[in-house]
Design a protein around this ligand. Structure first.
Ligand code: EPZ
Length: 419
C-alpha cells in the first residue's frame, strides 16, 4: 500500500505528453482477440492496472497478450479456447464484461461474472445482456455469472438505452462475427466507440456509422490482426488542464485531439482558462482565480461525466458559486473529502453546489474511485500545506505515470510506502 504526498501552492508550468486512452484501449484489446488470422500490435497503449487486468483475462481465456516495449502491446487471439472468465479477475474492473461479447462471437459460449457495483454507483449490465439475448443467445443468470450460448449470433435491431458506452462497445464486438447485420440505435458516440470501429474495420469488419446514433455492423466470417495506434486520452487531457487551472499555471499539453474535448474546452474558457490550440497541442493559461460556472454532464459530445469530479475540485476555489449536475452517474462521494480540505460544497441527489473559497488546506484524504483520485490530487496541488492521498492504487488504474507527469510540471509530489 502507498500514499501520494502533495505539498500544494506551486503553479504548474511546462509541458506534458498525453497518454493513450484507457477506455479505448480496453475495448480494442478485447476486440483484437476476435482475429483468427494473425495477431495485432497495438501502439500508444497506456500502462496501468486496468490494462494489466484485461490482458490477464485474455491470457486466462487462452489468448496471448504481452508488451514488447513500454507502449506496444501484442494480442494474439488464435489460441482462445476457454469460455469462462474467473471472478477473481473480472471483479477488478467492470470493462472485463467485454469478454462476454468476444467469447460469444468466437466460441459461441460465455460464462462471465456480472461486474459488481462500484464507488460511482450501481452499474448493471442489463442492457448488454438484453442485446446478447436479442442476437439469439440463450442467457441464464446464476451464481453471479451470466451464462450465454449461441451456435452463431444473429444480427438484430437494438435500441441502446441511455446511449450506454459499454453496451455499444460490447455489442459491436459481438456483432462483428454474427450472421447478418446488427443495427444499434441510440448508440454511444464517444471517440472511444469510433476508435474501436476504425480498428474493427481495419481487421476486416464492416462497421458503419460509428460516431452517430445509428451504427450498422454487417457480420463477417473472420477477422485478421493488424497494427493500430490508440487515440489520446481526452479525460487525462482535461484532468491536466484543470490541474493547471487551479494552480494558476501555464501548461502545454502534447498529443491531444482537441475535438474530443470541445465541450470541456468551452466550459473551461467560461471559467476563465485561456486555451490556445496548436495542431495536436493545447496551450493552457490559468487566470489568477477561476470564475464560477455551471455544467451538466451528458453523453458525448456533451461534458463527460469523467471530468465532473476534477472540474468540481477546480471550481472549489473559483470566484462565485457553481452548480454541477451529473446525469450519468451518482459519483459525489469524493465531495466529503474535498470538504475536509475546506471546500464549501453541498450535494443533493446528482447535483453539487460549489461556493468558491479563497484557499483550500491540505489534509489526509481517501481516494474512492479513479476520477475522485484525480479531483483530490487537483485540490491538493492548490491547497495550503500537505495532503496525503490514501488509495493511490486506484489512481494507478487509469492515469499513467501520474505523479511523474505532475512532478515534471513543478508539483511537489511523492509516493510513500505505508505498511
Ligand atoms: C464507460 O462506462 C466508461 N468506462 C466510464 O469511464 C464512463 O464514465 C462512462 O462510459 C460514460 O458513460 C469505460 O469505458 C471502461 P455507460 P460504462 O454504459 O460503459 C447505465 C472511467 O473513469 N447502464 O455509458 O459502464 C449506467 O449505470 C470510467 O474511466 C445500465 O443501467 O457506462 C449509467 O447510469 C468511469 N445498464 C449509464 O447507463 C447497462 O447495461 C451510462 O453507462 C449499462 C449501463
Amino acid at each position: 500500500m502507498s500514499r501520494l504526498v502533495i505539498e500544494g501552492g506551486r503553479p504548474l508550468k511546462g509541458e506534458v505528453e498525453i497518454s493513450g486512452a484507457k477506455n479505448s484501449a480496453l475495448a480494442i484489446i478485447v476486440a483484437a482477440a476476435l482475429a483468427t488470422e494473425g495477431k495485432s500490435i497495438l501502439e500508444n497503449v497506456p500502462r496501468g492496472s486496468d490494462i494489466t487486468t484485461i490482458c490477464e483475462i485474455l491470457k486466462e481465456l487462452g489468448a496471448e497478450a504481452y508488451f514488447d516495449d513500454e507502449h506496444k502491446l501484442h494480442i494474439d487471439g488464435r489460441g482462445l479456447n476457454q469460455s469462462r472468465a474467473s471472478y477473481d479477475l473480472v471483479r477488478r474492473m467492470r470493462a472485463s464484461f467485454y469478454a462476454a461479447g468476444l467469447l460469444l462471437a468466437r466460441l459461441g459460449k460465455a460464462e462471465v461474472p456480472l461486474p459488481g457495483g462500484c464507488a460511482i454507483g450501481s452499474r448493471p449490465v442489463d442492457f448488454h445482456i438484453k442485446g446478447f439475448a436479442q442476437m439469439g443467445a440463450d442467457v441464464v443468470i446464476e451464481h453471479g455469472f451470466m451464462k450465454a450460448e449461441a451456435d452463431r449470433l444473429r444480427g438484430t435491431q437494438f435500441y441502446v438505452n441511455r446511449a450506454s458506452v459499454g453496451t455499444t462497445i460490447n455489442l459491436m464486438i459481438a456483432a462483428s462475427l454474427a450472421e447478418g447485420t446488427t443495427i444499434l440505435e441510440n448508440a454511444a458516440k464517444e471517440p472511444e466507440v469510433v476508435d474501436l470501429a476504425i480498428f474493427l474495420n481495419g481487421m476486416g469488419a464492416k462497421v458503419r456509422g460509428a460516431g452517430t446514433e445509428v451504427i450498422r455492423i454487417e457480420g463477417v466470417e473472420s477477422l485478421r490482426g493488424i497494427e493500430y495506434s490508440i487515440i489520446p486520452d481526452r479525460i487525462e487531457a482535461g484532468t491536466f488542464m484543470l490541474a493547471a487551472a487551479i494552480t494558476g499555471g501555464e501548461v502545454r499539453l502534447k498529443g491531444v485531439v482537441a475535438e474530443h474535448i470541445r465541450v470541456p474546452i468551452v466550459k473551461f474558457e467560461e471559467a476563465g482558462l485561456e486555451i490556445v490550440r496548436d495542431n495536436n497541442e493545447l496551450l493552457v493559461k490559468a487566470p489568477p482565480r477561476l470564475r464560477a460556472t455551471d455544467v451538466e454532464t451528458m453523453p458525448y459530445p456533451g461534458f463527460p461525466t469523467d471530468l465532473q469530479q476534477p472540474f468540481v475540485a477546480a471550481l472549489s476555489t473559483a470566484d462565485g458559486t457553481s452548480v454541477v449536475r451529473d446525469t450519468i452517474f451518482d459519483r459525489f462521494r469524493y465531495v466529503d473529502e474535498l470538504r475536509r480540505m475546506g471546500a464549501d460544497i453541498k450535494t443533493e441527489r446528482n447535483t453539487a453546489i460549489i461556493r468558491g473559497v479563497r484557499q483550500l488546506t491540505g489534509a489526509p484524504v481517501e481516494i474512492t474511485d479513479l476520477r475522485a483520485g484525480a479531483a483530490l490530487a487537483i485540490a491538493a496541488l492548490a491547497a495550503e500545506g500537505q495532503t496525503d492521498l490514501y488509495g493511490v492504487e486506484i489512481l494507478d488504474r487509469g492515469y499513467e505515470f501520474f505523479e511523474d507527469k505532475l512532478r515534471s510540471l513543478g508539483a511537489n509530489i511523492r509516493r510513500e510506502k505505508i505498511d
